[in-house]
Design a protein around this ligand. Structure first.
Ligand code: SF4
Ligand code: SF4
Length: 352
């Protein structure tokens, strides 16, 4: 299972959650922690893993042979990133804007463009007991994060539990890191900024068709609006971490939460189990098919409804007469309860 840990806003405690989740699984099987926050990877500080391999990563950028060039301008026309320009009798290449897509060299009618590698960062691998750790590190001054993230994700082993630490925000690096996840955990804080950026991040996961749940960190610092938003949107709040001086102290010293406060170990294990249940249920359910799950009296219906909604499903109730229930309804009738057929389906937004 691949779980990405993202946040619309920086500084919400995303790495604290990602590393605690990975460390809580240490004794449970094989785990990979991928730090895809390649502009500022810091999961290694909490993991204290040893790096045993560092591999430079280059992208191909164009090199123009002006003895062959006719200055037709086709290369500049095709470049979506304005990384190549033809000005009169001169071709200018801006390597820092080039995404290495190869379109200009492929389409040059004179075969005047060859490619040369330009180093943009490194991919490092290491381990801590049964946690395999992979991180990307963008070179100083470079902006091309997606190729490094792709390279980090190439190490994903689908037989392991994979936790991805994503960079904050909602731009290309976030999309590159989150896509293909089974679940996205969004870490936020209960402030107006937290809410604003959470809503943007939720939109991204919906566009990508990835189920999400929320972790609210520093509970107590702001207001209840993040919780209200999650309830309105049917997004499960999977964990709340209080605003506490001792947690902040551990974080500032680079000590993982579950190491400094072992009582949190089970909390993170439960968080993982909860996510697993959601992912399993999503895999079983077709996106828009209503499925009958139970017939029950009104006393139990509310509890069942809340449970499924918390797991990210829509629930529909249909009142039935006792003779339509096709099961014994004696006790419901004795208690004078209404009887409902309960249907559920995966939310449409999550399947877009
Ligand atoms: S497409 Fe080729 S020939 Fe045309 S301007 Fe670019 S490099 Fe020169
Ligand atoms: S390789 Fe792609 S991004 Fe780079 S200059 Fe050529 S067309 Fe533009």
């Amino acid at each position: 299972m691949i779980i990405s840990v993202a946040s619309g806003k920086g500084g919400t405690g995303k790495t604290l959650v990602a590393t605690s989740l990975a460390l809580s699984l240490k004794g449970k099987g094989k785990v990979q922690l991928l730090d895809c926050d390649v502009e500022e990877p810091n999961a290694h500080i909490f993991l204290r893993s040893t790096t045993n391999q560092s591999r430079p990563l280059s992208i191909p950028v164009p090199k123009v042979d002006e003895t062959k060039c006719t200055y037709c301008g086709k290369c500049a026309e095709v470049c979506a990133y304005n990384a190549i320009a033809v000005i009169k009798q001169k071709v200018l290449v801006f390597p820092e804007l080039c995404h290495g897509c190869g379109a200009c060299s492929y389409l040059c009618p004179e075969s005047a463009i060859s490619e040369e590698g330009r180093e943009i960062g490194v991919v490092e691998t290491g381990s801590l007991e049964n946690i395999e750790f992979i991180q990307g590190r963008l070179a100083i001054g470079e902006t091309m994060a997606p190729p490094i993230i792709r390279e980090v994700k190439r190490h994903i082993d689908s037989t392991k539990e994979v936790i991805i630490d994503v960079s904050p925000g909602t731009s290309c690096p976030v999309i590159e890191a989150v896509k293909d996840s089974d679940f996205c955990l969004l870490v936020t804080e209960p402030t107006p900024f937290g809410l604003n950026d959470l809503a943007l991040a939720v939109e991204v996961t919906r566009k990508l068709g990835i189920s999400c749940g929320v972790v609210i960190n520093r509970v107590g610092v702001g207001d209840e609006k993040v919780e209200s938003y999650c309830h309105e949107q049917g997004i499960p709040i999977l964990l709340k971490i209080p605003l506490a001086r001792d947690i902040a102290t551990l974080y500032s010293k680079g000590i993982p939460l579950i190491e400094g406060k072992p009582e949190w170990h089970n909390t993170f294990l439960k968080l993982f189990q909860h996510i697993k249940e959601i992912v399993t249920a999503n895999q079983v359910m077709k996106p828009t098919d209503w499925q009958e799950v139970a017939i029950d009296g009104e006393t139990h219906v509310k509890r069942i409804k809340d449970l499924y909604q918390e797991l990210g499903f829509e629930v529909r109730l249909e009142e039935v007469k006792p003779e339509e229930a096709e099961q014994c309804t004696k006790c419901y009738q004795e208690r004078g309860e209404k009887i409902y057929r309960i249907y559920m389906r995966r939310k449409r937004e999550a399947s877009k």
